[in-house]
Design a protein around this ligand. Structure first.
Ligand SMILES: [Zn+2]
Length: 423
């Protein structure tokens, strides 16, 4: 080959390689062309299926974190009645998602809630403090926290392992690729840990759930975020809420610095956040909270009113995270939704639903210093101590004599000793 032609050929080859490499780089970012439903969805505000907001259901995803026991059982039964009488417009009972940690959880209650159609998800074994521990946790420790709790939910509450699809890290603290690779390789469908800022204002659209098919390029609110891609794995974004005064932002309803002071303010907070989604792009409304918010009477009354108000709307569905993802994979209009199979009723209250459900399972408390007990679990620790304190297993002659026992024994030993000396 002529030198002139061979130089041109090499030049062409280099240019071609650069172009291909550049295109490859472009392929690494998520676009509507290279990422399509049902298995891939780019982060964004556009409505799946290209529908108009008024054509689709407004989904409301209420999620509670931490242990389930007598501290919150009454609240959950009031908001989501055991008879399934609160129904979505398709005639099926409303649902919520519970991210359950192990310590202090009564698995009998989990079994009942699951049979009523609530989604049960994983929230660790120990839920230990501090938050930083979860950022720096070793792969083996995190694997144990995630997978052992998944096993607990399946073995102790009879939740089918395939139904445990979601994970939320304690304190919304991600552990980068360590966490995502464990979830991805162990058949989880979604993570609900990653926090995202409040949209610019009340008129700005809200982020929809998305998949991690392409490397993570979004703002990393709490580090470390993942860097790698996890095709088909979903992120349920924890979009920050606005308080009732529209001044401060909060990841959880119960974390707002401007705490509501009465029922109207509590209701206003829930309602204003709802309207933002409902009047813009109808992304699911993410209501994340801990049951302790409901310890205040006007808060649970407001939440009750909020749910009842939503039930009166023909285009609103109070549902679970997994059902929201099912809809996203196969978006349906309001007119089609009543025949949408994944949203068909799965309410099967078990026979002994009204039976007394106590601490049938004694939680294995993870050995750790008292100072590491998370604040939200303090109350359960006190309650457990009180309950067990009622059962005094000492012999009858020692009961009610703890304070006197030592001095009396010491005196007897002393008298015997004196007698022996005198003998
Ligand atoms: Zn928690």
């Amino acid at each position: 080959m002529d030198t002139r032609y061979s130089t041109s050929f090499i030049y062409f080859l280099v240019c071609f390689t650069v172009v291909v490499f550049a295109d490859k780089n472009n392929d690494d970012s998520c676009t509507p062309t290279n990422c399509k439903l049902p298995d891939c969805r780019c982060p964004g505000h556009n409505i799946p299926g290209g529908y108009k907001p008024e054509e689709i259901p407004q989904m409301v995803l209420i999620t509670f974190d931490d242990a389930v026991n007598w501290e919150n059982w009454g609240y959950y039964s009031r908001l989501f009645p055991p008879d399934g009488s609160r129904k979505n417009p398709n005639g099926c009972p409303i649902g919520m998602t519970l991210f359950v940690s192990h310590n202090y959880t009564d698995y009998c209650m989990i079994k009942k809630l699951h049979s009523r159609g609530m989604e049960i998800a994983d929230h660790s074994i120990s839920h230990r403090m501090p938050q930083k521990w979860w950022a720096e946790i070793s792969e083996q420790e995190l694997r144990d926290e995630i997978l052992k709790q998944k096993t607990n939910l399946a073995d102790l509450a009879d939740v089918p392992i395939a139904d445990i699809k979601g994970w939320r890290s304690p304190f919304l603290q991600p552990t980068g690729d360590t966490m995502f690779s464990i979830l991805y390789n162990n058949n989880f469908t979604y993570d609900a840990t990653m926090t995202y800022p409040y949209p610019r204002n009340v008129y700005s659209p809200v982020m929809w759930p998305f998949t991690l098919d392409y490397s993570y390029t979004l703002l990393c609110n709490i580090k470390p975020c993942p860097k790698n891609a996890y095709p088909g794995f979903w992120i349920l974004p924890v979009v920050i809420l606005m308080d009732y005064r529209e001044e401060q932002m909060c990841a959880y309803v119960d974390y707002c610095a401007n705490a509501p002071r009465n029922k109207q303010e509590s209701f206003d907070m829930l309602w204003k956040n709802f309207l933002r989604n409902y009047r813009t792009n109808r992304a699911p409304l993410y209501i994340n909270l801990h049951s302790r918010w409901l310890n205040t009477d006007y808060n649970i009354d407001a939440m009750d009113d909020f749910i009842q108000r939503l039930l009166s709307m023909e285009d609103v569905y109070i549902t679970t995270v997994s059902k929201a993802i099912n809809w996203m994979k196969n978006p349906k209009t309001l007119s089609e939704i009543k025949n949408f199979d994944p949203w068909k009723c799965n309410f099967k209250p078990n026979q002994e639903d009204d039976a007394f459900c106590s601490f049938t399972y004694k939680p294995r408390i993870t050995a750790r210093p008292t100072s590491t007990i998370p604040p939200e679990n303090d109350v359960h620790e006190k309650q457990e101590t009180t309950n067990h304190g009622k059962h005094d297993h000492r012999p009858w002659f020692l009961k009610n004599s703890a304070s006197m026992f030592k001095p009396v024994v010491t005196s007897i030993v002393f008298v015997i000793y004196v007698f022996k000396m005198l003998a």
